[in-house]
Design a protein around this ligand. Sequence first.
Ligand code: PBG
Ligand code: ZN
Length: 348
Amino acid sequence: MKRFRQYRTTQKVRDQYADVPPIQAQDFIYPYFVEEGEGIKTEIPSMEDVYRFSIDTLLEDIEDALSLGINKVLLFGVIPEEEKDERGSAAYRADSIICKAVRAIKAKFPQVIVFTDICLCEYTSHGHCGLLYEDGKPIAYDEELKALKRTGCACGVSHENVVIDNDTTLPLLAEMAYQHALAGADFVAPSAMMDGQIEALRQKLDSDNRTKGTRILAYSAKYASAYYGPFRDAAGSAPGFGDRKSYQMDYRTHDQGLEEIQADIDEGTDWIMVKPALAYLDILYRASVAFPNHPLVAYQVSGEYSMLLNASRQGYFDEKRIFHESLTAIRRAGAQYIISYYAKRYFR
Ligand code: PBG
Ligand code: ZN
């Protein structure tokens, strides 16, 4: 017999054999939800210890994150329903909530590396990530339906011919990224899953010397996942009708994720991502082997976070240990960076 137990006799011995590098504070990217206002720190009902901040309280919280060594943040904008429209206009204005937040962060904490999410769904009245077209023509989202948004569509109108249009969405995503870059974002992170979005962003950013140096973190292999549930509650971005399956990836596939990543690399992305993380460790691992030259990010999404935290609250298992185990698995599968709502708690 081979004596494997010699690797496990004491904590000290186990530590000697542990070959997965421990997760450091700098390996985390910490997500934030930001809205207009002052003194706001509202806990998100579906996500314990995750908040929507106004810019002033956001800065305080970032100071706290920095004291733990966390120096990377990912920003999501949250706006009131009344400010949303069919084209997500609030997303790509120079004075958007995200542009203001980026400027404020960079002014106070220039050492923070700021990532901004590039997608329309937090800003469109219909909650989809791109523009709506029907029979080849742009369509408006009806007011009646808007009122029914949270409970899904009951307007009685068939949406069979409604598509989320790819090519007309691209310039809007590019403009959004450009505005964030002008505001000082280090990375823009397109998450809309529109084909060609990396190329569209790169061209736009390269067209101006001020934004040439802005890098791209592509949500490359992003699956249509039920694990995003709590996020949509947090960001108010649930689709008003239908789902995102016509643009986010089908998880019943082996290779599409790898092809999507390759395409994003060809289009000029700097960093790549697999999302969600825990249910997609196979994809993550394969990506780490196939694309060793691009920093690989895994997104431990809202549903993963809430699931683990809630179950530990119920006493099913220990919070620290279950997160340590899950995050270590994500790292073992090959993630260099991890986007996680747990980042701060991990170091407490
Ligand atoms: C926007 C976006 C989503 C997430 C990140 N960017 C939601 C979605 O695609 O519906 C999910 C993040 C999470 O669940 O934590 N497109
Ligand atoms: Zn979106």
